[in-house]
Design a binder for this molecule. Structure first.
Ligand SMILES: [Fe+2]
Length: 259
């Protein structure tokens, strides 16, 4: 098995805790930083499997170091193999022997009791991260095809969309997400949600189908950017797989009539 080895030269051994509250639940993932000259072994995404259950991880079609230096391997591996895996395993546990055991994730998000904090956090976390990892690519792209035409029509230009999306992401306070969605009328809109909520849930300000989302939890960028959230937003934007977002857009349009 091929392993990528990274050598760090920190002067002390640290233990970092990522912690975010949604009033009731706390997510804590321990990320040991290396001591001086200690080697960290980075694994490969295909080795990460969810426990047996209804939902599996989306496949990451590149190695953990493929997005570096924008998103470095330790960040990507931790995000995918710890945070995303955790949400997926917890979701699978939560829905065993419930009405949602064999339901599509979109149905769970639309129908679940929003007061069920564990299901809300983990169903949202699973859906949001699946989309996030699906729309990343190492190679910079711009929108094409159907989506490009709609962006120009509805935002005036790709540049306008970019400015608005980045502004919303910069303004987002605390843990949450910024989305490009297809709303109930089939129109593209930018919207935000807190914690692991998303626009499919009943509390959405702009209900719709997300086709692109940026994770603004500190675990998505803090190892690489610390407090420089704007640099992460700029870096993420250059990693968007617009070809995949275009596919998501065309699929979302087919669902508009079903709302
Ligand atoms: Fe995340």
């Amino acid at each position: 098995m091929k392993k990528n080895i990274i050598r760090f030269t920190f002067t002390a051994s640290l233990l970092m805790l990522f912690s975010c509250n949604d009033n009731k639940l706390t997510e804590v993932v321990e990320v040991p930083l290396p001591t001086k000259e200690e080697k960290i072994t980075i694994g490969i995404p295909a080795d990460v499997k969810a426990d047996e259950g209804s939902f599996a991880l989306t496949k990451l079609p590149f190695a953990y170091d493929a997005l570096a230096p924008a998103i470095r391997s330790l960040t990507l591996e931790t995000h995918y193999s710890k945070h995303y895996l955790g949400y997926t395993n917890n979701l699978n546990k939560e829905i065993v022997s419930t009405e949602f055991e064999n339901a599509p994730i979109e149905d769970i998000l639309k129908k679940m009791d929003m007061n069920n904090a564990k299901l809300r956090q983990n169903a949202g976390g699973y859906y949001n991260h699946t989309l996030y990892f699906d729309i990343l690519t190492p190679k910079e792209q711009t929108p094409k095809d159907t989506l490009a035409g709609s962006i120009n029509k509805e935002f005036g230009s790709f540049s306008n969309l970019t400015t608005q999306f980045k502004n919303e992401a910069t303004k987002q306070f605390g843990s949450g997400w910024v989305w490009l969605v297809v709303d109930r009328a089939g129109k593209l809109q930018i919207t935000t949600t807190e914690n692991q909520d998303n626009p499919l849930m009943r509390n959405a300000l702009i209900p719709g189908t997300p086709i692109l989302g940026i994770d603004l939890w500190e675990h998505a960028y803090y190892l690489d950017y610390q407090n420089r959230k704007g640099s992460y937003i700029d870096a993420f934007y250059k990693l968007i797989n617009w070809e995949k977002v275009n596919e998501n857009y065309k699929t979302a349009l087919t669902k508009v009539k079903k709302y």
